[in-house]
Ligand binder design. Structure first.
Ligand SMILES: C=CC1=C(C)c2cc3[nH]c(cc4nc(cc5[nH]c(cc1n2)c(C)c5CCC(=O)O)C(CCC(=O)O)=C4C)c(C)c3C=C
Ligand SMILES: [Fe+2]
Length: 416
């Protein structure tokens, strides 16, 4: 038994013993072009269509403030890669290839016909005409890219570093970090498969996959924000509009090349669903501070009601240790600590004990890792929810500025 498995086992033994008692312009990076118009292809997982497409060019990459979870882009893939090229010229070639493929895949079209004597230009997984299908490709760089291999050390984004290991983490090296992160989001799972396969094929020999995980989100059931695998609506209190932009895009102090980018936090968090399902609804609700059925805060009636913590200083209605109270105390002093979340569920099947190996791909964007994500994460360290979740992977990445136009390419201002 590994150390991780032993920890898992002892936690389970403990829990088994206790659970029974207890719309703008392209510049905003990702506004729908195709729209959610009626389409014969509309699926029951929200009004998503293969005709949907998001602008590829702009000051920011799409996939960050792009309207998602809640109907659009219910499928995703998060993957990390290590660059295998030895020189800056190799890295430039890789960035140009990634740009060219992402530009094509996100707009769709017919692949070249190379004739029956050649390997095909496309896998045909999506048929002869590749649909855009709401695909966004979001590329980030990890701190390791700024080591001494490519002469980039002096140009590292100001706050970029390897992901911090927090007190309740169970880190698994095979699921962590990477020189590059790729986030793909789309309307159907085969579009995700097609895109990652195409990107891997065209970059073979230039970057090596390190880890990869697929995600999905539910349609609103019965309404409002989709639910996570603990059964709670997840994503309700996300900042939107101008506030979201202010909290996300690069701040003063970042190198000039990095303007328009943002810090991406990926946390792969297993949920111990077998134990969670043995916890009473009232205990579950106290852990989050929200109702399980409606998503309303415990002092409100509707999902979008704002909790009033100031009126409940002792935590008699919404416990002081509840997730929402710790994550966002809603005070003047903590307002600049808010972040943008864009999380997905994952399901990796069963572990060796036959337990469901599923959980949460926590995705967050912020302009300052320490002021925002890390401050919030540190407040969550002692929350009751930690007995039911187990962070094991992910990383910190800097999402590159957007590709400005048809002749631009990812990281051009860093590498040119
Ligand atoms: C460090 C940041 C956060 C981590 C890690 C995190 C993990 C995590 N969250 C849920 C489920 C929910 N989170 C909700 C709200 C919420 N969570 C964070 C931050 C982290 N969560 C924030 C900032 C907020 C918003 C708080 C607010 O402004 O009120 C909710 C409530 C509904 C919602 O607003 O989305 C749920 C449910 C899980 C399951 C999880 C790890 C597995
Ligand atoms: Fe949360």
């Amino acid at each position: 038994m590994t150390e991780h498995e032993a920890k898992d086992f002892s936690r389970r033994r403990f829990l088994w013993g206790t659970a029974a008692g207890a719309a703008t312009t392209a510049v905003t990076g990702g506004v729908l072009i195709g729209g959610a118009h009626a389409d014969a292809d509309a699926s029951d997982s929200g009004h998503v269509t293969t005709a949907d497409s998001y602008p590829f060019h702009g000051a920011h990459q799409a996939g960050i403030l792009t309207p998602a979870p809640g109907g659009k882009q219910p499928f995703s893939c998060l993957a990390a890669f290590d660059v295998t090229g030895a020189s800056k010229a190799d890295l430039i070639a890789l960035m140009k290839t990634l740009t060219e493929r992402a530009r094509y895949l996100t707009s769709g079209g017919a692949p070249a016909d190379l004739g029956v004597g050649q390997p095909p230009a496309d896998s045909d997984v999506l048929g002869p005409d590749v649909p855009a299908d709401g695909l966004t490709v979001t590329l980030g760089v990890g701190a390791s890219l700024f080591d001494d291999r490519f002469g980039l050390t002096a140009h590292k984004p100001a706050k970029l570093k390897p992901m911090t290991i927090f007190p309740n983490d169970s880190p698994e090296a095979a699921w962590m970090h990477g020189d590059l992160s790729l986030q793909l989001c789309a309307n159907h799972p085969d579009t995700i498969h097609h895109a990652i396969r195409d990107l891997a094929k065209h970059t073979r020999g230039a970057m090596q996959p390190r880890w990869k995980i697929e995600g999905y989100n539910s349609p609103p059931r019965p309404s409002g924000t989709p639910r996570n695998l603990l059964g709670f609506k997840d994503g309700t209190a996300n900042p939107t509009g101008g506030l979201a932009s202010d909290l996300v895009w690069s701040a003063a102090g970042e190198p000039a090349w990095a303007q328009g980018g943002t810090y991406q936090v990926i946390r792969l968090i297993r949920m111990l669903v077998e134990f969670w399902d043995r916890v009473s609804i009232s205990e579950q609700e106290n852990m989050f501070g929200r109702r399980r059925d409606s998503g309303a805060p415990l002092d409100g009636n509707n999902e979008n009601d704002n909790p009033n913590f100031a009126a409940d200083p002792q935590g008699n209605v919404i416990p002081l240790t509840s997730h929402i109270r710790l994550a966002n105390p809603r005070t003047a002093q903590t307002s600049d600590q808010r972040l943008i979340r864009r999380s997905y569920n994952y399901d990796l099947g069963l572990d060796q004990n036959g337990d469901i190996q599923a959980g949460h791909i926590f995705l967050a964007y912020n302009q300052d890792l320490e002021r925002q994500f890390e401050t919030v994460q540190k407040r969550l360290v002692g929350e009751p929810l930690i007995d039911y979740v187990q962070p094991f992977g992910g990383g910190y990445f800097y999402v590159l500025p957007g590709v400005a136009n048809a002749s631009d390419w990812y990281a051009s201002k860093l590498l040119a």
